[in-house]
Design a protein around this ligand. Structure first.
Ligand code: FE2
Length: 155
């Protein structure tokens, strides 16, 4: 008889919370960049970081609602995010566009690798729905990595 998945799956909830906290932290980084970037490309980067913020909060919404859907209790206040995020804090003393792109792309790449690892783990935990959500998120994060990287001026 096939093993039946019965929510809540505590291990999956922990993983989804880990990424939810990272994504909400990164969304605040995107706003920090949106508010403080300066230079020749100001307008395009100002708007770009805001669009990244919108994408990330969309991912966070999907993750939080998945946690709820599998029977978990969402915990994502600012205090939970500050304590739970594995990403380094964003530098608040930078203003130049290349500094922002470098700082943001580093954290985004870290998130990308964490999400990729989680896809396999969650599939092994037999939660195909959550694995599917993470796979789709991983694809969108790949696209964001490309878009952030493409902001770097060729030398
Ligand atoms: Fe704004």
């Amino acid at each position: 008889m096939p093993k039946r998945y019965s929510p809540p799956n505590g291990d999956v909830c922990v993983i989804l919370h880990d990424r939810l906290h990272d994504i909400l932290a990164l969304a605040s980084h995107a706003k920090q960049a949106h508010w403080t970037v300066t230079g020749r490309n100001f307008l395009s980067l100002h708007e770009f970081f805001d669009s990244v913020f919108e994408s990330l909060t969309g991912f966070a919404d999907e993750l939080a609602e998945r946690i709820a859907a599998i029977g978990g209790q969402v915990k994502a206040t600012v205090k939970h995010v500050a304590k739970g995020s594995q990403l380094p804090d964003y530098p608040v003393d930078i203003t130049k566009s290349d500094q922002h792109i470098e700082a943001f792309s580093k954290a985004l790449f870290q998130l990308k690798m964490l999400v990729r690892g989680n896809v396999r783990t969650v599939a092994e935990l037999e939660d195909d729905g959550s694995a599917d959500l993470l796979t789709s998120m991983s694809r969108k994060i790949d696209e964001l990595c490309w878009m952030v990287g493409a902001q770097i001026e060729p030398k």
